[in-house]
Design a protein around this ligand. Structure first.
Ligand code: SF4
Length: 409
């Protein structure tokens, strides 16, 4: 076995820390500066909320922080005691548990915890759990909870559907304006949509660099680097950050710098990250010379349909076209295309117990894609946050066997 390779951090990550730190500082200061806070689902109408002057907070990001900090297993039982089943989204149960216990990783960032919402705005494009999650806080705080109900399992995204969703986004304006204390300025909305679109284009370009051999970027880098695409899309800082990161990736490509030294195997990761185990998985993958070159998860924050010329329709189209609300046929074709585009040698499916919405191994896709692509696959059982549902030993052994299988192909 060659000496263990080191994970290479990006120079740009220093800037990432300051950009994300600023975002959280702004959230913390918001109420004292008279700014209103809107909670938004990760693929919700963030552009509209920003254009109305809200500080926008994304509780799924907090859920991921609770997972990465390995606080979830202690917090989930508190939510269970309030009637939230251990089988539902562990972001939801970790976050509600964190609220009930008054403990949050944000406290290390000098915030008392997540900012209290003046309004909560969801989109059910990803799942129903987000609506139930937001309604919990709406009841706790007596604040409005508004939302968009997007059809799911879509083969295509046609005009009637876009119209249906666009009307729902437009209908949010009336109840949001009095909470925001201002009227919507359509030019400001166009500006924010344009900044989100630029963020998306750059984020996609960042992820596309992994099509190179060797790849300068891995999924484990992506789960860190995606922060601005999720929480500050629509702000110029996100655009500036991805320009910086992309330039560094291009330098890596020019210099032949690999994210995984001696890259031997290239993998597609389908499903959620296992937040509390990212470091140990990244270390094992480095050891095995295996690079996760693409994933459904990191690609889920690419919204190419955004268009400042038609902000409502384009938001509706962009947020209804994401992978998670598409049909099984669409998803299978998408994963097949990604495997070819990124020259992956195999597919790893994470069956995340508490998120059926992001677990695409359950209806025969691995078997069908294996038949079609002639590439090996591995299903690992785990969870995004609840590490009681994950066996490290079993997963390590399965990954080693998977590598052996790929080596024989
Ligand atoms: S998509 Fe999954 S992880 Fe995300 S909020 Fe819904 S149930 Fe939770």
């Amino acid at each position: 076995m060659p000496p263990t390779a080191e994970r290479k951090d990006f120079e740009a990550t220093k800037k990432l820390r300051s950009v994300m730190g600023q975002y959280f500082a702004d959230l913390g200061r918001g109420p004292t500066e008279g700014k209103k806070t809107a909670w938004c689902t990760s693929v919700g109408p963030a552009e509209l909320l920003r254009a109305l002057g809200f500080n926008v907070y994304f509780p799924e990001n907090h859920g991921a922080m609770l997972g990465a900090a390995r606080m979830a297993a202690d917090l989930i039982p508190l939510a269970n005691a309030r009637g939230f089943s251990p089988d539902i989204c562990s972001y939801l149960t970790s976050d509600v548990g964190s609220y009930l216990k008054g403990e949050s990783p944000l406290q290390k960032m000098k915030l008392s915890g997540p900012p209290k919402a003046d309004v909560l705005v969801y989109n059910t494009n990803q799942c129903r759990d987000v609506k139930d999650w937001f309604q919990f806080y709406a009841r706790e705080w007596g604040v409005p909870c508004l939302g968009i109900h997007t059809p799911r399992s879509l083969d295509g995204v046609d005009e009637p559907l876009v119209g249906h969703v666009a009307r729902q986004i437009q209908q949010l304006v009336e109840p949001l304006e009095p909470i925001a204390g201002r009227r919507l300025d359509i030019d400001r909305l166009r500006e924010v949509v344009d900044l989100s679109r630029q963020t998306t284009v750059l984020w996609k370009a960042v992820l596309e660099t992994a099509a190179q051999r060797p790849s300068p970027l891995s999924f484990f880098d992506g789960t860190i680097q995606m922060g601005p695409a999720v929480v500050i899309r629509g702000l110029p800082e996100a655009v500036d950050y991805y320009r910086l990161l992309l330039a560094e990736l291009q330098q890596r490509i020019a210099a032949g710098v690999a994210a995984v030294e001696g890259e031997k195997f290239r993998i597609y990761w389908e499903g959620m990250p296992i937040w509390g185990k990212l470091s140990s998985l990244a270390a094992q993958f480095l050891e095995l010379r295996m690079c996760v070159v693409a994933s459904t998860y990191c690609n889920s924050w690419i919204f190419e349909d955004l268009d400042p010329a038609c902000p409502f329709e384009s938001m509706a189209r962009a947020y209804s076209s994401i992978f998670i609300c598409r049909s099984e046929e669409y998803k299978q074709a998408y994963v097949g295309k990604m495997v070819a585009r990124f020259q992956a040698d195999g597919i790893l499916y994470h069956d995340s117990k508490t998120c059926p919405n992001n677990s695409n191994n359950r209806y025969g896709m691995p078997q069908r894609l294996q038949k079609e692509l002639h590439k090996p696959y591995l299903v690992i059982n785990g969870d995004l946050n609840d590490l009681r549902l994950y066996s490290e030993e079993q997963t390590r052994t399965s990954i080693e066997a998977f590598v052996e299988q790929m080596a024989q192909e």
